[in-house]
Design a protein around this ligand. Structure first.
Ligand code: ADP
Ligand code: MG
Length: 153
């Protein structure tokens, strides 16, 4: 624990935590996050397979009027999905191993737009992503319970 109360306060200000009990709950958290996380914004979604990263994107895309929740599907094989004419980009780097493979995707061009960019498995390629980003960690607690931690850096 830090001895500097000012720093603790700052950390608290930048952190949000949620507990959800269903996929629908997590979609609702995504909708709420759009109130505080406005585009342009880079969100790194962290968490094991099947924890709810893509589910959270459904709520974010819906709240930005970019797509309906059921239109948002995993970009695991397609790598990048675009919704709402570039308002939202959803990227999944799970299947890529080498930084040079990521470099061919043209992500820099996307970062230059006024978009909400959501990246799953982006923490595997930290040097290829702008430092100014928000990290969202999803941890499974029980079968359907998740802890969602949002940290703005
Ligand atoms: P990821 O993108 O992290 O691999 P998905 O969002 O594709 O995960 O899948 C999460 C799965 O877990 C979905 O089938 C969803 O219905 C289910 N699920 C159960 N409880 C929750 C919860 N609290 N939050 C998010 N997803 C949940
Ligand atoms: Mg996913």
């Amino acid at each position: 624990m830090s001895n500097d109360p000012g720093k603790n306060q700052e950390d608290e200000d930048r952190m949000h935590e949620f507990t959800t009990l269903s996929g629908a709950d997590t979609i609702e958290v995504g909708r709420q996050l759009v109130r505080v996380l406005k585009p342009p914004q880079l969100l790194i979604l962290r968490g094991d397979l099947g924890t709810g990263k893509t589910t959270l994107v459904k709520g974010i895309a819906q709240a930005l009027d970019a797509a309906e929740a059921d239109e948002v599907t995993s970009p695991t094989f397609t790598l990048i999905h675009e919704y709402g004419e570039g308002r939202v980009y959803h990227v999944d780097l799970y299947r890529l191993d080498e930084p040079r493979e990521v470099a061919t995707l043209g992500l820099e061009e996307i970062f230059d737009r006024d978009s909400m960019v959501l990246i799953e498995w982006g923490e595997r390629f930290p040097r290829l992503l702008p430092a100014n980003r928000t990290e969202i960690r999803i941890r499974p607690v029980g079968e359907d319970e998740r802890e969602i931690e949002v940290r703005q850096t």
